[in-house]
Design a protein around this ligand. Structure first.
Ligand SMILES: *Cc1c(COP(=O)(O)O)cnc(C)c1O
Length: 348
């Protein structure tokens, strides 16, 4: 891949906004550079635009150089930035698996970039040849999501590898759910593949969805482009500090949480499979289950009436009559099962 010819010309040539905090680093006796208010000292200073302390800690956890990390307002920010950096509106296109996370299509539409869907097979696996065939000289990015949402499964590694090795543009692998799978992340292969962007998030396994922080990992050159285009102060100081604290204290809990969620996932899948209104529970490498039932719309409404909110995926490609159910706390899962049991008995 030639990065220069893959990036939009205006972005490649962009001279980024230089903020006061970019120019001076360290401890000063007087901060008179940023037109801040000297009072209200908990909140008066601009945040670190490059989140140096937080990236240091993430770098230890993920075993990756801080220069290869971009932090955003959720994963949504790097997803949007991928379009703004690589795709010329009304000219370039991207290719993605279908069904998958809805945000890639929404960001493509917002940026006026054609979004080409390539259907997964009935086991929600992809055929690399089909994705490569859907690409042309205006295809800048291929979006993959593994474990995939809403299907829950990991994509085949050999097919992913084919795409990374043969596609001459950018390959994004969204690994939001990787902590719930027993397979390694593609992070370890970043050195080998300069066209690879891996996305992780603090919203799922780390239990920090309210804080809005997602991570993009890529070559130093791609991360430099992200840094150039993102809002300078995209993560507030409060968020940076809170996440940093959580990455020290929460680290102990995270593995325990994942373990509990995985054991609940197994219990929930087995129990759901035994119900007559359930036709299929798809295998999951994530913290949710895709469940095929006899009438998803009717069951979704019934569950809402009983105060159980799941995601109705009935209208999503290949997901007819499917509900996506997050693996919750034991009480929540048991409550769902109780409601479903009542539902099953009234049907008979
Ligand atoms: C939940 C999810 C994310 C996380 O999004 P955030 O903006 O980081 O909360 C990313 N990708 C997929 C596929 C998801 O399901």
């Amino acid at each position: 891949m030639n990065l220069e010819s893959t990036v939009r010309k205006n972005i490649f040539n962009l001279k980024p906004y230089s903020c006061a905090r970019d120019e001076f680093k360290g401890e000063a006796s007087a901060y008179l550079d940023a037109n801040e208010n000297p009072f209200n000292k908990d909140y008066n200073r601009y945040p670190d635009p490059l989140q140096v302390e937080l990236k240091k800690r993430i770098s230890q956890i993920k075993k990756i150089n801080p220069e290869r990390i971009m932090l955003g307002n959720g994963s949504d920010e790097p997803i949007d930035l991928v379009f703004r950096i690589f795709c010329e509106p009304a000219k370039d296109n991207v290719v993605a698996i279908e069904p998958t996370y809805g945000m890639y299509n929404v960001c493509a539409d917002i940026n006026n970039v054609e979004y080409r869907k390539v259907f997964l097979n009935e086991n929600f696996q992809m055929d690399a040849e089909q994705l490569l065939a859907a690409a042309d000289k205006h295809t800048k990015v291929i979006f993959l999501c593994s474990p995939n949402n809403p299907s829950g499964n990991l994509l085949n590694n050999s097919e992913i590898q084919k795409i990374i090795e043969r596609f001459p543009g950018i390959v994004v692998i969204d690994e939001a759910y990787i902590d719930f799978s027993d397979k390694p992340s593609w992070l370890a292969d970043l050195d080998k593949y300069p066209n690879l962007i891996v996305l992780h998030t603090f919203s799922k396994a780390w239990g920090l969805a309210s804080l809005r922080c997602g991570m993009a990992f890529a070559s130093q050159e791609i991360i430099a482009l992200f840094n150039k285009v993102k809002y300078p102060y995209n993560l507030s100081t409060l968020i940076q500090q809170t996440i940093l604290k959580q990455l020290y204290v929460g680290g102990e809990y995270k593995d325990e949480w994942v373990k509990q969620i995985l054991s609940e996932r197994e219990y929930l899948a087995d129990t759901l499979k035994s119900l007559s209104i359930v036709e299929k529970v798809y295998p999951s490498d994530a913290n949710f289950l895709l469940v095929k039932v006899n009438d998803a719309n009717a069951l979704y409404k019934k569950l809402i009436e009983k105060g159980v909110v799941v995601r109705n995926r009935n209208s999503v490609s290949l997901c007819g009559n499917c509900l996506r159910v997050t693996v919750g706390a034991k009480e929540e899962n048991d409550f769902l099962i109780d409601v479903l049991n009542d539902e099953t008995s009234t049907l008979h």
